[in-house]
Design a protein around this ligand. Structure first.
Ligand code: SAH
Length: 347
């Protein structure tokens, strides 16, 4: 088994069957082996640097009804909010002072955030802070819309593919949403010059090892600049409320596999990983992750952006919490840096 991991380390490609074998051979021992190679793979590209991204949750209003998500349209218990431009700029101001040089604006698919409004916000942030990168994560939009956002100055876009198997995709989403369109959006984003991020949940309902092998092959072929993976965590106001959460250990193993496959990829240790396991984010870093995305949203809305239950709320949003995160990261031999942390093309 370790031979396949060695092969991936050397050649950066495997067949889907080999990925399946890799997934099926998940064990503590193999995970440790993969983590070791993953750390080794990152070093020549990004050294021991960990990039921080300030996450601003701009709206929990969403027209979609994804079965897993706590802010789905039919959740009548969600207290809906959206941030104003002024509130978003205030988050950036605080974040910039703390040393953040990437802001991520994430939200539900809220019709209020038209191209005109998002472009205006992006341009305003760039005018105030020309040295920051802006990442958007606002769901599926048209090519023309993505083009306008890119021309306004947005640098990166996160849109998880959620699962690369169309039958599985259909079991997680309402029928209006298709894997085909998701993939088209990702291809559009890439063609427009965004640093693009796909990704999936580990342990989502109905997921099997074949699905994960497909996800890995999709990531290999699409070759995104970023990839977000985290455990599925049930939310009590969704149809999946009684499903069980995904495993932190399997998430870490898959982070290692993705890192070995793509040494240059920007790979976050996600909030979901930090939420299911004590020190989950540190374990993610030791498995090959090199990005963390602390929460910069105003305190008043944090509880409301509830994608899943028991979401980690300590966020390095205050100077003190950021100091603590820095210390934790340093204690395992890594270093939080205040750089934009762009994708490195060739090393
Ligand atoms: N509307 C945007 C942002 C979605 S939220 C979009 O469509 O891209 C960001 C990610 O959170 C989703 O892509 C999904 O993978 C993840 N997520 C949603 N619900 C979750 C849950 N219950 N457990 C874990 N992750 C979840």
């Amino acid at each position: 088994m370790q031979k396949i991991i060695d092969k991936l380390y050397k050649e950066h490609t495997l067949s889907q069957n080999e990925y399946l074998e890799t997934v099926n051979s998940f064990s503590r021992e193999n995970a440790e082996y993969a983590a070791e190679l993953a750390r080794r793979a990152t070093l020549p590209v990004y050294g021991n640097k960990i990039f921080i991204r300030g996450l601003i949750e701009v709206s929990n209003i969403c027209k979609n009804d994804c079965l897993y998500c706590g802010i789905r349209k039919s959740n009548k218990n969600a207290q809906r909010y959206r941030l104003t431009k002024e509130e978003i700029l205030e988050c950036c101001k605080e974040g910039y002072t703390l040393g953040y040089r990437t802001f991520v604006m994430q939200g539900g698919e809220d019709g209020y955030f038209t191209d005109e409004r998002v472009c205006d916000i992006v341009k305003s942030i760039k005018a105030l802070y020309p040295d920051v990168a802006i990442t958007l994560s606002l769901g599926e939009r048209s090519y023309e819309s993505y083009k306008a956002l890119r021309e306004a100055g947005a640098d990166r876009y996160l849109l998880r593919h959620e699962t690369a198997d169309s039958c599985h995709y259909q079991r997680l989403h309402p029928k209006e949403l298709t894997l085909e369109n998701r993939k088209k959006c990702l291809a559009d984003l890439k063609s427009l010059g965004f640093q693009a991020g796909c990704g999936f949940m580990v342990g989502s309902p109905y997921q099997n090892a074949e699905n994960i092998a497909k996800d890995l092959k999709f990531i290999e072929e699409f070759s995104p600049e970023m990839c977000g993976i985290g455990p599925f965590i049930p939310h009590s106001d969704t149809p999946f409320k009684d499903e069980k959460a995904g495993s932190a250990e399997l998430t870490c193993y898959l982070l290692s596999i993705i890192r070995i496959m793509k040494p240059n990829i920007l790979l976050p240790a996600t909030t979901a990983l930090g939420s299911v396991e004590e020190n989950g984010r540190l374990k993610g870093i030791l498995s090959g992750a090199n990005v963390v995305m602390p929460n910069l949203s105003p305190y008043s809305v944090r509880e409301k952006y509830s994608l899943y239950n028991n979401k980690l709320h300590t966020g390095a949003e205050s100077a003190q919490a950021l100091e603590e995160l820095k210390e934790q990261v340093e204690s395992i031999g890594y270093k939080i840096v205040t750089e934009r942390g762009d994708y490195k093309q060739n090393i």
